[in-house]
Design a protein around this ligand. Structure first.
Ligand code: NAD
Length: 324
């Protein structure tokens, strides 16, 4: 039996994750789900956004289905999702972006770089240390190479080695690994890449990059498919896996039943594939496409369907004829 920890988190996480969970319950009635309450709402209630015992509980799960958490710009507030990614050593953040004529995956380093959490603030100056290690770079580029091989594609290394020494280091390790693996690769400066991926998306297969660049690049790339409500991600480590939409808690639309649950549903699909059921992922994607083709769309895509109505329309198309 697979044990799935469900973190709805804050804002629209509480609206889109129940849709994704329902899809999984339908496709996999044998999965066991248990909730874990972390995030800003929890901090407001208890003064603690995420306790050590929550991390311990997440570690007992075979996978985590995660919504989004609000991170207020407060000096002493530690980002819950960054803490979880580090604690579970979820070093690879895989962000697939698929649309007509293009299909690429951004492989973002997830535990170091500018999000290493080594920071100092004084009256006159604030610093954030960008840490790029050999270990961190080797394992992320090896993961990217593995995906590139599966896809028989080309690896693009995204960096800013013309300016940052830490990226000279990142680039040289990536190139050495790509050469020794014998795969095709190219490199792009990350700023130029951010534009080119929008103009020529079909030229990309797998893009490997550092933490903040991958974070920004995937939000930019979501433009190609209709926005943040559509793009899922998998956070993968050696021993743990967490699936979360690329979007955040979207406080501007939270509680209004207008959030698009497609990214969360696609997370459910990625979770199925992670557990060896690619048919489950395909079934969810087919149901999403069938729903959209009938003109049932949420507001961000120009439609009028609410989160629940759209979710129900997708879910009503699932699970027919699957042997359990
Ligand atoms: P956001 O992704 O929450 O929202 C950006 C814009 O996209 C908003 O206008 C929002 O309404 C829209 N949007 C996002 N998801 C949508 C959906 N499913 N359907 C329709 N529209 C959608 O980013 P933000 O506004 O920069 O951040 C809000 C909060 O979320 C912040 O506290 C931030 O720290 C947090 N955040 C958390 C995560 C995470 O938990 N992994 C990721 C990103 C941001």
């Amino acid at each position: 039996m697979r044990r799935i920890a469900v973190v709805e988190g804050d804002g629209i996480g509480k609206e889109v994750i129940p849709v994704a969970q329902e899809a999984l319950e339908l496709l996999h009635p044998e999965y066991y789900f248990f909730p874990v309450d972390v995030g800003y709402g929890r901090w407001e209630k208890t003064g603690c956004p995420c306790a050590d015992r929550d991390i311990a509980e997440l570690k007992t799960a075979d996978a985590v289905l995660f919504g989004a958490v609000t991170t207020p710009p407060m000096k002493d507030y530690q980002s819950v999702i960054l803490r979880i990614r580090k604690a579970l050593d979820l070093y690879a953040n895989l962000r697939p972006v698929r649309g007509p004529g293009f299909d690429f995956t951004i492989v973002r380093e997830n535990t170091e770089g500018l999000y290493s959490g080594i920071e100092e603030t004084s009256e006159e100056r604030a610093t954030t240390l960008r840490v790029v290690t050999r270990h961190g770079t080797e394992r992320i580029v090896r993961k990217a190479i593995q995906i590139t091989r599966q896809r028989k594609g080309t690896l693009t290394i995204g960096h800013k080695a013309n300016v940052l020494r830490s990226d000279v280091f990142f680039r040289s390790i990536c190139i050495a690994e790509a050469l020794s693996a014998g795969i095709r690769y190219k490199e792009r400066f990350i700023d130029a890449l951010a534009l080119d991926i929008l103009v020529h998306p079909k030229d990309y297969d797998v893009v490997v990059t550092t933490n903040i660049f991958g974070d920004i690049l995937s939000d930019v790339a979501s433009f190609l498919v209709g926005g943040l409500g559509l793009v899922p991600s998998a956070n993968i480590g050696e021993n743990h896996a967490l699936f979360e939409p690329v979007h955040g808690s979207a406080p501007d639309i939270a509680g209004k039943d207008i959030a698009n649950p497609v990214a969360a549903l696609r997370c459910a699909g990625m979770l199925c594939s992670h557990f060896g059921d690619p048919c489950g992922e395909k079934e969810i994607e087919d149901a999403i496409q069938a729903t959209l083709s009938c003109g049932v769309k949420t507001r961000d895509l120009g439609g009028t369907a609410g989160t629940k109505a759209f979710g129900n329309a997708v879910i009503s198309r699932l699970g027919t004829g699957r042997p359990h």
